[in-house]
Design a protein around this ligand. Structure first.
Ligand code: GDP
Ligand code: CA
Length: 337
């Protein structure tokens, strides 16, 4: 079975860890291709940093800090502190010493003319994540956020002025707490899907949307021209898992992202936002947490096969069971009359 997963950082990576465990015990001979979000990518101190690709690579390769959910375990921050003593910005970005080695390899290789896909493959040769990790695009396309900052001032009529800041600055420095008016992915209009990205969707046996951020992780991947169309057109069932449980994100600030695009923070609203493939949307089946079972009928009415299952990825076994529910939903869709 060929499984293709569109993934952001922590939620995507944790789900993939469970999916891998499931395949190791039950579906040997299967393969996983991950299409990773690169909208969070940023230049920091001259280094090219790809937070979501690295979270997937470190998590599956056994090097992640489980406590933080990003970066390396046993990390030190000597270089970051040293940079801060020079007063160079950005001081808010967490750049660990071990992590810097990854960014150095990536930056050097990109400068030598390799594509991000090539460089990611080379980094994965070292980390052995057990999946094929494909950046959504080799072209630069970075998420920016339209905000009002306290120091931006106002127009003569008193309207606060708006500016676009990099997603990382909004997320890390401001904790998503500024008045926010939406997202714009700079460069997305001319970004091309990475090599094999479209093929991975169109030749998959199952396409999964793990519980990643529906706006700035999966939403960004789907904005790369051609990717959403490939998801709509694939012969494979498309199954998603809600990152929203009980009206709140399990982790992170997906509620702020959803609010900024006018979508309610609920398992139902995210399903509605993706939409049923049978009516021009993106998903065939949607898994919500057992605690959200009361929305199942409403989601079914959208033309999406909805199931309530334990969706908290508390450990690898629980996550493997969640992944098994995804494959079961895919089978049901395939066997429909
Ligand atoms: P990021 O790029 O690091 O922000 O990570 P992702 O976009 O991959 O995933 C973030 C999403 O994962 C958040 O919206 C969380 O609510 C969701 N998430 C994290 N842990 C869990 C979990 O145990 N269960 C579910 N259903 N969602 C989770
Ligand atoms: Ca991310």
């Amino acid at each position: 079975m060929r499984i293709t997963v569109l993934a952001g950082g922590i939620g995507g990576a944790r789900f993939l860890r469970g999916l891998k465990a499931l395949l190791a015990s039950e579906h040997s001979g299967s393969s996983i291709t991950v299409i990773g979000n690169t909208g969070d990518d940023i230049w920091v101190h001259g280094l090219r940093v790809c937070p979501d690709l690295d979270t997937v690579m470190y998590t599956l390769g056994g090097g992640i800090s489980d406590e933080r959910g990003w970066g390396r375990e046993g990390e030190t921050f000597t270089v970051k502190d040293e940079l801060a003593s020079y007063g160079v910005e950005p001081g808010w970005f967490g750049l660990g010493d071990k992590d810097i080695a990854t960014h150095l390899v990536r930056t050097q290789s990109l400068a030598a003319g390799y594509t991000l896909t090539d460089v990611t493959t080379a980094l994965c040769d070292h980390w052995q994540p057990g999946v094929r990790l494909l950046p959504m695009s080799d072209d630069r396309a970075e998420t920016h956020v339209i905000v009002e900052r306290p120091d931006d001032g106002s127009a003569p009529d008193g309207t606060p002025l708006r500016s676009a800041i990099h997603f990382q600055e909004w997320w890390i420095r401001y904790r998503a707490a500024l008045p926010t008016h939406g997202f714009t992915v700079i460069g997305i209009d001319t970004a091309r899907p990475g090599p094999d990205v479209i093929k991975a969707i169109s030749t998959a046996d199952v396409v999964l949307l793990p519980p990643s951020n529906p706006v700035v992780s999966i939403g960004t991947i789907l904005q790369v021209p051609g990717i959403a169309a490939a998801v709509r057109a694939t012969h494979a069932p498309v199954v998603g898992v809600s990152p929203i449980v009980g009206g709140a994100p399990v982790r992170g600030m997906a509620d702020a992202c959803l609010a900024a695009i006018g979508v309610e923070t609920s398992a139902f609203a995210v399903a509605e936002h993706y939409g049923a493939r049978s009516s021009g949307g993106l998903i065939d089946a949607w898994l919500v947490d057992s605690s959200d079972a009361d929305c199942v009928e409403d989601v079914n009415r959208l033309g999406i096969d909805c199931r309530a299952v334990p969706a908290m990825m508390t450990d690898v076994d629980a996550t493997a069971r969640l992944a098994a529910e995804c494959l079961a939903a895919a089978e049901t869709w395939r066997a429909r009359p």
